[in-house]
Design a binder for this molecule. Sequence first.
Ligand code: ZN
Length: 369
Amino acid sequence: MTWSIPIGRFGGTTVRLHVTFLLFLAWIGAAYAMRSGMRAAIDGVLLITAVFACVVLHEFGHVIAARHYGVATRDITLLPIGGVARMARIPEQPTQELVIALAGPAVNLVIAAILYAVTQTAPHLSAADLQGQGVGMLSRLSSINLFLAVFNLIPAFPMDGGRVLRALLTYRMDHARATQLAASVGQGIAFLFGLLGLLGNPLLLFIALFVYLGAATEAQGALFRQLAHGMIVADVMTTHLETLSPDSRIDEAALRMIHTPQQEFPVVDGQGKLCGLLTHAAILRTMHEGKADAAVGDIMIPDIACLHPYQTADDALRLLEESQVPAIGVKDGQGRFVGLISRANIGEVMTIHVLRDRNRPPSALPLSR
Ligand SMILES: [Zn+2]
């Protein structure tokens, strides 16, 4: 996300422009200017900007629907291929996912309808061409919105249609199996696009790659969540950890860093309570700034979220996704620190479970519930 520039914040969601998007605008402008002159270049850039304003409204359709179900959206990033909204979590309730997925394309349909009312020209998919000649800007924009709605409903991740398909399948089967099936359908479609792309349309080839990767990511995430079902925090936490005190110095922490493979140190006070987390990166950065005598308590990430050992591993995954910290803490009934959970160690534990279960008779599979 370092290559994106924040351009504004609306209702708790930051909108960012990716650098490649600005390059894309410049490229469109230059292409028009060389072919048809300055006036056409300005029109071209204006149209693309208007299209992306519609893409932002589309994303806010998802954001508002998600907020209705209590799911926050951290940011929306605009790429030349469209917008990406990062939600704190994906609801597993099919109706919720269905409504959130459909809210985006619905926004484009509403925009197309409004522009139709204004221009009195019916939007048409064949007119959704950025270089359309002899058609007014507004009616072109109306056709492009119709195209955006249809394109996003293609049943393949990461398009909204992929989520719609998964939500519909989830009414009939569990969420993980629905994701696997929807991802397979999506990859089939990606393959078809790729084939058509090879036959002449390079844009389709690009979309095929994008869809293929989207399906793979989604399927992996669902597998992770399915494996987490039925496990508790105590099953997946790390307990043998080197801890630091908030008044230790950073150079002491650096010495400890050499002797342990731990990626982050829990910072624990005299009463055994977790005060924060000190990462390798923070230690190295502080040393680099020449502040080796700084106190650990001033450099650590404070206020790390904590769970109880008997909460579910699902809760841990969700908290990791939402809080964007490298690890979360585990504390006992008295509030004393007992362990850490990081994404890496959850992944490792799950791999071990899968390998172990492979060697068991099928009736003992804990995952087949
Ligand atoms: Zn969408």
